[in-house]
Design a protein around this ligand. Structure first.
Ligand code: PMP
Length: 326
C-alpha cells in the first residue's frame, strides 16, 4: 500500500485531506472493537483507460448488514456509499488498481450515556480511505499453517459480519503462521472443521470437483467465494458447499483461497506437506485467470458487477489540491 498522505479521505460526511482526519483517543471503536469494515477493490483495464469498482454494491450491502448488528447508522444507502466511493477515487485521480477500506465505528458517548462498553447512546462515524494497490500475494501460491487458534462460533461472535473486534482472532492466527515461516493461517471452527484462512475463504478440489465450507461452518461468506461459485457454475465445474475436515485439504488435488485482497490464490503447501503436486493446479489456474479477466472487464459483465469510475477532467487538479492541503 502506498502512503495515504496527500490523498482525499471521506470522513464525517465530507471529503477531507488525509492529514486532517483526527480521531479522539476516546473513540469507542478503538476501545471495544465496536466497528465494522469492508475491503473493496477497483481494477484498471489492462490498457489503463478505465477503472471499475468490483461488486461495490454487494460489499456495501454486507457493510450495512454489519452496521445494523452493531447499531451503527452510517446515514447512507448502499447506492449512496457506492457513489461516495466512486467520487473518492475520482477526486484522488485514481486510474490504476485501488483498495478501498470503508470503516464505520462507534465514536463518543452521547449526553446522558454512562461510560463503559455498549452500543446504544454512542455516536457513529464513517471513514472511507482508498489507496493504490496492485496485485499482491506470491504469484506461485501460498503456504498455510492450520492454526491452533479456532475461529469463534457465531453463538460467541457474529462471524458472518465484518466486525473489527473479531479480527483479533485472525491477527493472532496469521501472526503465529508467519512466525512459523508460513504465509497464512487456515482456521478450524469450534467443531474442528475447516472454516477459512485469515482473510479469505478456502476451496478444495478433488477429481475436478470444488468444495468449500458452508455458511454455517462459521465462515464469513465472501463475495469472491460467491463469484468463484458463479464462475464454476458457468464452466460446468461441479461445486458444493460442504463441511471440510483438515484431512480433506491434505488429500485434495488442489486448494485455493478466495478474497477481495488476494483474488483467487493457490495454496501449494499445508503444514509442511505439498498440496497435490505442490504447484498451482489446473482448476485453480483456470478460475484465477477467469477472475482476473472478469475484474479487468475483459469478459462480458453479465451480472452487473463492474461499476465504472468516471474520471472527470478536473481529477488531477483535485488530487493536487489534496497534496497542497496535506
Ligand atoms: N473471511 C474473512 C475473515 C475475511 O476478512 C475476508 C475478506 N473480506 C474473506 C473471508 C473473503 O471475503 P471477500 O471475498 O468478500 O473479500
Amino acid at each position: 500500500m502506498r502512503p495515504l498522505h496527500g490523498r482525499w479521505v471521506y470522513h464525517g460526511g465530507e471529503f477531507v485531506p488525509f492529514s486532517e482526519v483526527h480521531l479522539p483517543p476516546t473513540t469507542q471503536g478503538l476501545h471495544y472493537g465496536t466497528g465494522v469494515f469492508e475491503g473493496i477493490r477497483a481494477y484498471a483495464t489492462r490498457d489503463g483507460a478505465q477503472t471499475h469498482l468490483f461488486r461495490v454494491h454487494d460489499h456495501y450491502r454486507r457493510f450495512l448488514r454489519s452496521c445494523r448488528l452493531l447499531r451503527i447508522d452510517p446515514g447512507l444507502t448502499a447506492d449512496e456509499l457506492a457513489d461516495v466511493t466512486a467520487e473518492l477515487l475520482r477526486r484522488n485521480g485514481d486510474r490504476g488498481d485501488v483498495y478501498v477500506r470503508p470503516l464505520a465505528y462507534k465514536l463518543g458517548l452521547l449526553p446522558g450515556t454512562p461510560p463503559g462498553v455498549g452500543l446504544g447512546g454512542v455516536s457513529d462515524a464513517v471513514t472511507i480511505v482508498a489507496s493504490r494497490l496492485g496485485d499482491y500475494g506470491p504469484p506461485g501460491g501460498v503456504r498455510c499453517l492450520i492454526s491452533s487458534w479456532r475461529r469463534p462460533g457465531r453463538a460467541t461472535l457474529p462471524v458472518q459480519a465484518k466486525v473489527t473486534g473479531g479480527y483479533v482472532n485472525n491477527a493472532l492466527a496469521v501472526e503465529d503462521a508467519r512466525a512459523a515461516g508460513y504465509d497464512d493461517a487456515i482456521l478450524l471452527n469450534e467443531a474442528g472443521q475447516v472454516a477459512e484462512a485469515s482473510t479469505a475463504n478456502v476451496f478444495a478440489v478433488r477429481g475436478g470437483r470444488l468444495a468449500t465450507p458452508p455458511a454455517d461452518a462459521d465462515i464469513l461468506p465472501g463475495i469472491t467465494r460467491d463469484t468463484v461459485l458463479t464462475l464454476a457454475a458457468g464452466l460446468g465445474m461441479p461445486a458444493e458447499e460442504s463441511p471440510l475436515h483438515p484431512a480433506d485439504l491434505l488429500l485434495a488435488d488442489e486448494v485455493f483461497l478466495t478474497g477481495t485482497g488476494i483474488g483467487v490464490t493457490p495454496v501449494i503447501e499445508i503444514n509442511g506437506r505439498p498440496v497435490g503436486a505442490g504447484a498451482p493446479g489446473p482448476s485453480t489456474t483456470r478460475l484465477a485467470q477467469l477472475y482476473g479477466r472478469l475484474v479487468r472487464a475483459e469478459r462480458e459483465d453479465t451480472h452487473g458487477w463492474l461499476t465504472p469510475v468516471e474520471t472527470g477532467s478536473d481529477e488531477q487538479a483535485l488530487a493536487e489540491e489534496a497534496v497542497a492541503k496535506a
